[in-house]
Every structure is written in structure tokens, then in C-alpha cells.
Design a protein around this ligand. Structure first.
Ligand code: DUT
Ligand code: MG
Length: 595
């Protein structure tokens, strides 16, 4: 089979080892303990063999029983003590594996969560939520399983096999060779099995991710499902994903079932060889009865690791498929991140925004969505951005907090290109109310204070008043302590927009960006908001995307976009005088034929 090239800087096991930092020493103790307790397994058959030879079947058995009775008791006691010791070691070893595996799981999960948090917008539009959740849960569990179980089983099987093989060879090498000659066949079968089962686990992991994605999308989109009465369709869709996963699981199990009879036959051949060859050796006097008993008592230590190997390989392939997905995330780097020489800017911005010949195209898009955009907004000014749906307004404002980078040209704040500023400094001074409002499952106060945890309740109320939200909040059963559900279920679209506006204002931003934030608000409320925005008690440059003339008419400048180009720009009066797109829009919205 063609070996896959490893796209990561480390192999899977090296990566795992790296993440075991701090517990490697104790893990070694666990592995050593595993070897020791498996070697101790040999003591019982060994002492049994001795007892048989000395006190049951040997030449002087009867005599030994009367003269060396002490030795007889000592051998029995040794068997009991070694068994007890073995139990204690197994207990300790289990604790170690559990501790280390949970530590690794905790560490990697936190690291991944951190990684996901710091990713850019392109990442979020590439990965599906259900798939990311699968990586953080199922895939990570496969990695925990590797540390807690698979490695332990590998050591257990190999140490048991090796210890038994050495014991056999030491006791009677001819008999041992007759038994061990079969072993290489099992290794060969397991190798064939590995090649067959590896792609099955990769597929299985994909099916699990698809099923989780289906459930996640359905749960978070439940309102759409209900609105279109598509419950049956969604149930059917999930059923298919579930069935696919189930069938793939069965097919994976079937792979082992194909190989299982061969391994099992070989494992079962062992006692037969023991019986036949051992019998001949016994008759010829080349094997004592005690040795025969010890061999018989230990034959499982050769056969069981062979049986176990299929299971181990199966689990190892599951780990392999899962760790690939986890490592992909682990080593992923956002394209948009702080440049090494990025400037620190802990203070507020003056708020000058410049677009210089900016063009932009989405990575997965076929055509540019913005072409050669240039305009300047001076500190404290308000610029309104207008244009028909899909013309690139949201794309344009997304370039200011550097959610995306322009393909050409530059966006500058206070004369510094945004890519030269630290992302944290840049974004914490920008208040953004996005087009799709997402509120957290938290109180209204918690939602408004999201960007600044230290804000006082008086200020929360003040910003709620600025955004004309205080009236409806006061009417809520628990006022500012009212919990708004996931995505703010229980609030109207306009109410959510106003809380989102208060949240953007609450950080006292140097630059405020509103993306259609008052679209679901009535004209009267909108007017109040307009008024409040002019009265803010901190300096602020405002970029407002809006469709209504009532929102844009007072702006210092209006930029009209069309298919990603600036169609026209100027004040309300200037644009009216131009009698272009804006003029037509005003006529349409006011219902007048002539202005
Ligand atoms: N687009 C993408 N990928 C995205 C987002 C948008 O390819 O992740 C495309 C869709 C559209 C163009 O970019 O053709 C501009 O989209 P934008 O969201 O900027 O349009 P808008 O002016 O904000 O439209 P609306 O008024 O509907 O919000
Ligand atoms: Mg938009």
C-alpha cells in the first residue's frame, strides 16, 4: 500500500509525546509497571511446574513431600504473594494511565479551543460547526483512548508474548520453537488487516462528522425547519446520516471478521501443537511433566496477544484517523494574524479611516466583490454606505477590523495600515453591530457588557438608552437580568438589533460600524437612535450601512456602491444635485416624482 506523506511537522506519535509533557516520567512508570505485571503472570505457571516436578511426578516426589514440606509451602506462599503484588501493580498502573490520558485530553482540548478562537473568518466559512465539534469530542476521545488503552495493550501483549517466549525457550527450546514457528503468520495477517481497515476508519470518522453536522445544523436552524414544516424531511435526513454511520461501523467490523477466523485458527492450533508435539516429547523423555504443565498453563500467554493484535490494530487505526483531524486543527494557522513588527496601540484612535485603491475578492469567490475603492472619513465624521443588496457593503466594512485583507490597496486608521496594528488593539477600539445579530445565552446586562466586563450597570443602562432599548428592557419581567436564550429567542428582531447596538456602544469605541443595525426598527425609534448617536459622550467616527434615506441624509458623506464600485459619493444635497442613483432612491422612498 502506498504510504501517505505526513503533512504535519511531527508524526502522530511524536505529537502525542509532545503533549504528554509533564507526565512522561509517570507514564514511563506506568509502562514499566505494565511489563512487570505481565512478567509476574509467569510466576504461577512456573511455580506450578516446580510443584508438579518436585512433589507430584518427579522421581523423588513422595520423598520430597515428606522431607521438603517447607519448600512446598514456600512455593504456594510465593504464588499467592506474587498474585497479590500483581493486583497492586495493575491497580497503580490503571490509575497512571487514566491520569495521564485525562491530562493530555484536557491540554489538547484547551489548546484546540484557543486555536479555534483565534482563527480568521475564512476558517469559519471553511469548517462546519458539527465537524469542529467532532474534533473536540469524538476525535479527542480516540486520542485519550490511545494513551489510556492502546499503548497499554501493545505493551501488555508484547511483554506477555516476549516473557512467555523467553521462558519457553529457556525451559525447552525445541518445544518452544515448535510453538513459536506459527507466530510470523499472524503478524503477516495483521499487516494485511491494517491495510484494509485504515481507509474504513477514515471513512467512519467522516460519517460521524456528517451526522454531527446534520444534527447541529438542524438544532440551530430549528426555526426554519418549523417555519417550513420540514420536520419529517429533517428526520429523514438525520436518519440517513445515522444509517450511513451505522452501516460504516458494521462494514468496519466486518473487515476484522474476515481476518478473524485465520488468527483464531492459528491461536487455537497452539494447544493442539502442545498436545501432539508435547506428548511426543514427553514420551521421548525430552520434556518433564512439570515443564509440560508450565507450558500448558502459559500457552494462552502466546495465543492471547495474537488474538489481541487485531483489536489493537483496529483501535490504532481509529486513533490514526482521529489524530489526523485533530492535528490539522492543532497546526492550523490563521492567515490574518499579528505581524511580527505590528505596532502596539493601547490608546484610542483619533478615528480617521482611509480606503486607498482597495480591491477585494473572497478566497473561494470567482470574481472581485470590491473594485478600486478610495475614500476618507475624518475623525468624528459619519459616513453612510448605501447600495443594493449584494453590492459589497458588508465586505467593505469587514476590511476595517481586518476580518479579511484587501487583495489590492490599503485600509488605514489614523494613517497606519490596519495590518501594521495588533489585532487586539485594532478591534477593541472598533464597535461593531453586525447584520446578523447573535446574542449570548446570558442576561441582557451580560450581553450589553460583553465587550467590557468592568462596565457599571449605570453605564449599561445609559447605552441601552442611547440605543433606545431601555424602554422595552424596563418592561421585561426581570429587566436587565432577563436571560435571553440562545440567539436571543424571546426578543423581536428590532429588540435584538438595539441590544446589539448597545453592546457595540458599551466599549466606547473610537470607530463605530453599524451594518444595517436599524433595519428592523420603526421609523420613530430610528430617529431617536439617530439623535442619540449624535450626542455620544465620547468621540467616535461612524460608518453606517443603511437603506433608508432618513438614516443617511444627515451623514457627512454618503458613499453609494454599485457592483463593488463607488458609484457616487458626497453629501445628501450634493448627491441630489447629481441626479444619479441616490436621487432615484430618494424619489422612490419619498414617493415624490420630483424633488
Ligand atoms: N460573498 C462571498 N462570500 C462571503 C460573503 C459574501 O462570496 O463570505 C459575496 C456575495 C455577494 C458579494 O460577496 O455577491 C457582496 O456581499 P456583501 O455581503 O458584501 O453584500 P452586501 O452589500 O452587504 O449585501 P446586503 O445588503 O444583502 O447585506
Ligand atoms: Mg450586508
Amino acid at each position: 500500500m502506498k504510504q501517505e506523506t505526513n503533512p504535519f511537522p511531527k508524526t502522530k506519535l511524536q505529537w502525542l509525546w509532545e503533549n504528554m509533557k509533564g507526565c512522561r516520567g509517570i507514564y514511563f512508570v506506568g509502562m514499566a509497571g505494565t511489563v512487570v505485571y505481565n512478567i509476574l503472570q509467569l510466576t504461577v505457571p512456573y511455580f506450578s511446574g516446580k510443584i508438579v516436578d518436585l512433589f507430584l511426578t518427579g522421581e523423588n516426589a513422595r520423598e520430597n513431600l515428606s522431607t521438603h514440606r517447607d519448600l512446598f509451602y514456600q512455593l504456594i506462599l510465593a504464588m499467592v504473594l506474587f498474585t497479590l503484588l500483581r493486583c497492586v501493580i495493575v491497580y497503580g498502573v490503571c490509575m497512571i494511565y487514566e491520569h495521564v490520558s485525562q491530562t493530555v485530553l484536557y491540554r489538547v482540548r484547551n489548546y484546540l479551543y484557543d486555536k479555534i478562537q483565534r482563527q480568521d473568518m475564512t476558517f469559519y466559512s471553511t469548517y462546519r460547526t458539527g465537524d469542529l465539534m467532532t474534533r473536540l469530542t469524538g476525535d479527542l476521545d480516540a486520542i485519550r483512548h490511545m494513551v489510556a488503552w492502546i499503548i497499554r495493550m501493545v505493551i501488555e501483549s508484547f511483554s506477555l508474548f516476549a516473557a512467555a517466549a523467553i521462558f519457553f525457550l529457556y525451559t525447552n527450546w525445541k518445544m518452544a520453537l515448535c510453538l513459536l514457528v506459527i507466530a510470523p503468520f499472524v503478524f503477516w495477517i495483521i499487516y494485511l488487516f491494517r491495510n484494509k481497515v485504515a481507509p474504513m476508519h477514515a471513512l467512519l470518522r467522516e460519517k460521524l462528522s456528517q451526522m454531527n453536522t446534520c444534527a447541529q445544523e438542524n438544532i440551530s436552524g430549528n426555526r426554519v425547519v418549523k417555519a417550513f414544516a420540514r420536520e419529517d424531511y429533517e428526520i429523514e435526513k438525520f436518519d440517513k446520516a445515522n444509517r450511513d454511520f451505522c452501516e460504516t461501523n458494521k462494514a468496519t467490523a466486518m473487515v476484522w471478521l474476515k481476518f478473524f477466523p485465520y488468527v483464531e485458527t492459528i491461536a487455537n492450533l497452539m494447544p493442539l501443537v502442545m498436545l501432539g508435539v508435547g506428548g511426543v516429547f514427553l514420551i521421548k523423555g525430552q520434556l518433564t511433566m512439570g515443564e509440560y504443565v508450565a507450558f500448558s498453563g502459559l500457552i494462552w500467554a502466546i495465543a492471547n496477544p495474537m488474538r489481541q493484535m487485531g483489536n489493537i490494530m483496529n483501535e490504532f487505526q481509529r486513533f490514526s484517523a482521529a489524530s489526523r483531524k485533530v492535528m490539522e486543527l492543532y497546526y492550523s494557522e490563521p492567515k490574518i494574524k499579528d505581524h511580527e513588527d505590528a505596532k502596539e496601540h493601547p490608546d484610542r484612535f483619533d478615528g480617521k479611516i482611509e480606503f486607498k485603491n482597495v480591491s477585494f475578492q473572497y478566497e473561494d469567490g470567482d470574481l472581485p466583490v470590491l473594485h478600486n475603492i478610495s475614500f476618507t472619513v475624518n475623525p468624528g465624521e459619519t459616513v453612510a454606505i448605501m447600495g443594493e443588496t449584494g453590492c459589497g457593503k458588508t465586505s467593505l466594512i469587514n476590511l476595517i477590523p481586518r476580518f479579511y485583507e484587501p487583495t489590492e490597496g490599503k485600509v488605514l486608521i489614523d494613517g497606519t495600515p490596519v495590518e501594521n496594528l495588533r489585532l487586539h488593539d485594532l478591534r477593541r477600539h472598533i464597535g461593531l453591530a453586525t447584520q446578523d445579530v447573535l446574542l449570548y445565552s446570558d442576561t441582557i446586562e451580560g450581553n450589553i457588557a460583553y465587550g467590557d466586563g468592568s462596565i457599571k450597570i449605570n453605564d449599561v443602562v445609559k447605552f441601552a438608552r442611547y440605543s433606545s432599548a431601555s424602554d422595552f428592557i424596563a418592561k421585561m419581567p426581570e429587566g436587565y437580568d432577563t436571560i435571553v436564550g440562545e440567539r436571543g429567542v424571546g426578543l423581536s428582531g428590532g429588540q435584538k438589533q438595539r441590544i446589539s447596538l448597545a453592546r457595540a456602544l458599551a466599549i466606547r469605541p473610537s470607530i463605530l460600524i453599524l451594518d444595517d443595525t436599524t433595519s428592523a426598527v420603526d421609523m420613530e425609534t430610528e430617529k431617536q437612535i439617530q439623535h442619540s448617536l449624535k450626542e455620544l459622550d465620547f468621540p467616535c467616527t461612524k460608518v453606517i450601512i443603511a437603506q433608508r434615506i432618513s438614516t443617511t441624509r444627515d451623514a457627512d458623506r454618503i458613499v453609494v456602491l454599485r457592483d463593488g464600485y463607488i458609484e457616487e459619493s458626497g453629501t445628501h444635497e450634493e448627491l441630489l444635485a447629481k441626479k444619479g442613483y441616490y436621487y432615484e432612491l430618494v424619489k422612490l422612498q419619498t414617493g415624490l416624482d420630483e424633488l
